[in-house]
Design a protein around this ligand. Structure first.
Ligand SMILES: NC(=O)c1ccc[n+]([C@@H]2O[C@H](COP(=O)([O-])OP(=O)(O)OC[C@H]3O[C@@H](n4cnc5c(N)ncnc54)[C@H](OP(=O)(O)O)[C@@H]3O)[C@@H](O)[C@H]2O)c1
Length: 230
């Protein structure tokens, strides 16, 4: 996504834990003929006190913030009560509490300036509770989608927009080793996400086919049906 935005000439700010990777990406992005400003910074989104500081800092370095994409997420986990509480808690702290900390910081900026587009990268997994290794992950994403819905209710037509993106399976580190015919390559997934973000809808399943209908089935079908899907 950062490559796409930089190629379009948009200013880009990137925050994550592995600063060396962000710096390598910055060197690549600034070499794009149309590249604007590219700013990077180290942030662990589970360091809740550091989140507003890092976001305010990068917004200042960029000279403002029109859109924020809350994307950091992990997929660790195990069946609840099997001695892996740490992994489940870390997943919820990163995907949900960390996202809330980021949303707090971003919306403070958006409220002050009176506009902005906040994007939450949730998941189709949030449409239904998952068993086993997916329980904490699905719960974190259900919470994230609900967080987006709640903020949308506050800004129904306003200049502040909230978009909840619900990806299906896209080839990245998080899906490494997962074999499913529904997996799409990274470039296809990125194109679908960027296209959806450009429209700024309230929510979007990406890619829309087959994930919009699968999402509807997960939300509404009885357990006997959804059990075969998750
Ligand atoms: N790929 C899929 O099929 C799929 C499907 C549905 C939803 N999603 C969601 O899409 C988002 C992006 O995931 P991905 O597929 O691109 O996986 P990924 O390649 O593993 O990327 C995860 C990103 O999150 C960052 N991150 C993780 N923990 C962090 C923390 N504590 N603080 C700051 N940054 C952190 C990582 O950077 P550092 O490690 O350097 O911090 C990395 O850039 C996630 O929210 C994921 O749940 C993905």
């Amino acid at each position: 996504m950062a490559r796409t935005y930089a190629e379009r000439g948009e200013d880009v700010g990137l925050l994550a834990r592995r600063l060396d990777r962000l710096e390598a990406l910055r060197a690549e992005l600034t070499a794009c003929p149309k590249a604007g400003a590219v700013e990077v910074g180290r942030l662990d989104v589970t360091d809740f006190d550091a989140v507003p500081v890092a976001i305010a800092d990068i917004a200042e370095r960029l000279g403002g913030l029109d859109r924020a994409i809350i994307n950091a997420g992990i997929g660790k986990g195990a069946s609840v009560g099997t001695g892996n509480a740490r992994a489940n808690i870390e997943t919820v702290q990163t995907n949900l509490t960390g996202a809330l900390a980021q949303a707090e910081a971003v919306l403070e900026i958006f409220r002050a300036q009176g506009h902005g587009h906040l994007v939450l990268v949730s998941s189709i997994a949030g449409e239904r509770g998952h068993p086993g290794a997916g329980t904490a992950y699905a719960a974190s994403k259900a919470g994230l989608s609900a967080l987006g819905q709640g903020m949308q209710a506050e800004f129904p037509n306003g200049p502040i927009k909230i978009t909840v993106i619900k990806p299906g399976y896209i080839e990245t580190a998080i899906t490494d080793g997962l074999k499913t015919p529904l997996m799409v390559p990274l470039d296809q997934g990125v194109k679908a996400i960027v296209k959806a973000i450009d429209r700024a809808p309230r929510e979007a399943a990406v890619p829309p086919w087959p994930w919009a209908p699968i999402g509807a089935v997960l939300r509404h079908a009885p357990d006997e049906v959804t059990r075969r899907l998750i």
